[in-house]
Design a protein around this ligand. Structure first.
Ligand code: 13P
Length: 255
């Protein structure tokens, strides 16, 4: 399984920052042929980012509407993202679930929209600090998987982002053991839900991934890549994370 390292720029980035995408793409083409690289800039930069990336790396959206078109002021469809040059879209990020009240059912419909448009859907799940402290993380995330991932999703069209909410932007991290346990659990739920196809879905870890911890995280069983926020904004920092990705086949299967 090729690792996927995805950068989520969130609501950061102006035209003046597009050179970071060119730097990452140039470096990726030279040094990282074994890694799939995705940058998700704000929608305002997507078309320009796609032109600059010029297929050296993929670019993606951070959210999409379930609908293909219509009277939905302010929304962007998966088809529009595709038209702007996107190859992927993040759906169900915890910031959307928390700040925009997105439910599993809505995330499910957005994942279907991604599939309809031919985009890789990066479906995010994760538990809150309280859920983590109460020992409910595995069941919460397992339930989110079953309710957010449409049946029939193919491995090539799907990645899961496991992002514990309390680890996002906080510098806090689950232990390696907790990450291994969670990713193995997500794998089991994916296989129950999608059958054999679930074996090949990449499960990305996200939450305070930095150059200093990326190598250890990316070497863990069932960690198929990373979803990086803050550390994806500057090409030098993101490049240092890319350099930590194991060669294909280097991770050990958990089951
Ligand atoms: P940070 O890497 O800034 O913690 O953000 C993680 C994230 O939410 C990526 O989607």
């Amino acid at each position: 399984m090729r690792p996927l390292i995805a950068g989520n720029w969130k609501m950061h980035g102006l035209n003046a920052d597009l050179h970071e995408i060119d730097s990452i793409a140039a470096l990726a083409a030279r040094t990282q042929p074994h890694v799939d690289i995705l940058i998700c800039p704000p929608a305002s930069l997507l078309a320009a980012a796609a032109r600059i990336a010029a297929d050296r790396i993929a670019v993606g959206g951070q959210d999409c509407s379930p609908e293909a078109s219509g009277a939905h002021t302010g929304d962007i469809s998966a088809e529009m993202l595709k038209d702007a040059g996107a190859g992927a879209v993040i759906v169900g990020h915890s910031e959307r679930r928390q700040h925009h009240g997105e439910t599993d059912a809505l995330v499910f419909s957005k994942a279907l929209a991604a599939r309809r448009a031919g985009l890789l859907a990066v479906i995010c799940v994760g538990e809150t600090q309280e859920q983590h402290a109460s020992g409910a993380a595995l069941s919460i995330c397992g339930d989110q998987i079953v309710a957010s991932v449409p049946l029939g999703m193919r491995a090539f069209g799907l990645a899961i982002g496991y992002e514990p909410l309390w680890a996002i932007g906080s510098g806090q991290m689950p232990t390696s053991q907790e990450i291994v346990q969670m990713h193995a659990h997500i794998r089991r739920r994916l296989v129950e839900h999608l059958g054999a196809e679930g074996k090949n879905v990449r499960i990305l870890y996200g939450g305070s991934v930095k150059p200093s911890n990326a190598r250890a995280i990316l070497a863990l069983p069932e960690v198929g890549g990373a979803l990086v926020g803050g550390a994806s904004l500057k090409s030098a920092e993101f490049a240092a994370i890319l350099a930590c990705a194991p060669q294909e086949g280097a991770t050990i299967a958990a089951e």
